[in-house]
Design a protein around this ligand. Sequence first.
Ligand code: HEC
Ligand code: HEC
Ligand code: HEC
Length: 455
Amino acid sequence: MARFPLLAAALGLAALLVTGRASADDLVARGAYLATAADCGACHTAPGGAPFAGGLPLATPLGKIIATNITPSKDHGIGNYTLAQFTRALREGVRGDGARLYPAMPYTAYSGLSDDDVRALYAYFTRAVKPVERSPAATALPFPFNIRASMIGWNLLFLNGKRFQPSPHASTSWNRGAYLAQTLAHCSTCHTPRNLLMAEESDHPLAGGSLGAWYAPNITPDRTAGIGAWSDAELARYLSTGANDHAQAGGPMREAIDKSLRHLDAADIAALVTYIRSVPPSSAGAPAMDRAPSPITSDIDVLSDDRDDGAQLCADNCASCHQASGLGTRGLPSLVGNAAFRLPSADNVASAILAGIWPATGQAMPAFAHALTDRQVADLTSFLFRQFGGSRVTITAARVAALRSGGGGSWLPAVAQTAIAAGCAVTAAGIALLAWRRRRRIPGQAAESGRERGR
Ligand code: HEC
Ligand code: HEC
Ligand code: HEC
């Protein structure tokens, strides 16, 4: 080779270009995987719309916050974002032009992302996503929440702004699982209970909490209240398919699995399992059982006129799939002893009956919202808890009516709502505090506040 220095140099350059291209492709591929794990598309892709072109309105107590176009269009998307600007948007909730984003964009969870992962996401969004030359409608919240700077106060309280710190004492798999759960897949935003300011109770991780129409169960290793009785393989199967012999995911969890978790590789699911197994067991939300769950036997059927309304509704609407006994059959789960009836709240079962379950793969369960009245759903649900769960949990027709109007929606808006409700509470408190301080300072303070305003 020494006699052909030019050839050697050319070969070297070619090799460098090939490896450079390969590693750039790797970066983009990794970014695509991370975007799935973080479920960016669930908010930024409208149903039936182009990928990441925005337009999905996230309902909040104040009005709709519309997810923006994050394709690399220079006029309508993030085509002009530098890596630094993209990083600030993801980790600090600051838009390219310096304005604050609303916490409907989950930057509190993404603030833990590593530099490498943000770089991979940037490579994917700027190089592999197709630009869409269209802006969705703009978000228009009422005063004072239209002032984006009002989010600065909220950020001071709730944005910890720290990168994820791997524990030197834990295994690689545990660290990977903790990173996935805490940043990209943000399990705690739903499964960790919240305090009065809507902040997560960090001393009760994953102990269960209500999301409105759905209850995110206790998933700590407690054997009774949590999922300690599930084997590692059963938990892995639930996370990667949405169903196992204990439980079948509906509502927000079904969406998280279909759009994000089921696309994760086996090593990442195993890492999540390792981490979920290690959180402290919590006895919160233990089942209210006072007898053993039991299948429906033929003697219930012979009670003609005075037979339980719930039993009749079950025979008429549910037995075709779950069998008259409730024990299920191939691909159609058993309801007897099902995890759904171990929960402290009947919301999930009633919401599943109203909205149905529509998994990306496998059999669906139809929606009964139009077929059954609120009273019928309540009677049926309360009967099922008693019969198949041995549980004292009941639900009222009024609660079913509330689930019907507020329920069923997408899980990500549910997360957004929580964040926004918290944002609003804090902003309102901040404004009240300012008004109070201003009133106290009125005599002789005009000059000073004038100076302040001039700054
Ligand atoms: C829970 C819903 C949700 C998820 C998940 C989400 N976003 Fe967002 N994002 C939003 C909303 C809503 C906005 C606009 C907020 C506003 O206008 O204040 C936004 C804004 C942005 C912006 C600012 C764009 C601009 O100029 O307006 C960027 C960049 C962004 N998101 C990137 C991402 C990426 C990358 C991911 C995945 C890693 C992601 N988002 C996941 C809801 C979401
Ligand atoms: C947007 C909210 C949300 C997110 C994010 C979420 N979950 Fe869930 N999860 C739920 C809800 C709601 C249910 C109940 C579903 C049902 O009853 O059909 C659930 C159910 C479960 C169950 C079954 C528990 C039982 O007793 O039946 C497990 C296990 C679980 N989730 C684990 C996780 C893990 C691990 C993550 C993060 C990788 C996660 N979830 C992220 C809302 C969420
Ligand atoms: C057409 C078949 C079909 C009918 C009819 C049906 N189901 Fe289901 N049901 C399913 C399937 C399939 C699943 C599991 C979906 C999955 O794997 O995620 C399911 C799951 C469930 C679950 C567990 C889901 C959860 O969120 O915990 C409950 C509870 C349930 N069904 C109750 C009922 C009740 C009550 C009725 C009658 C009103 C009914 N089903 C009617 C097919 C059906």
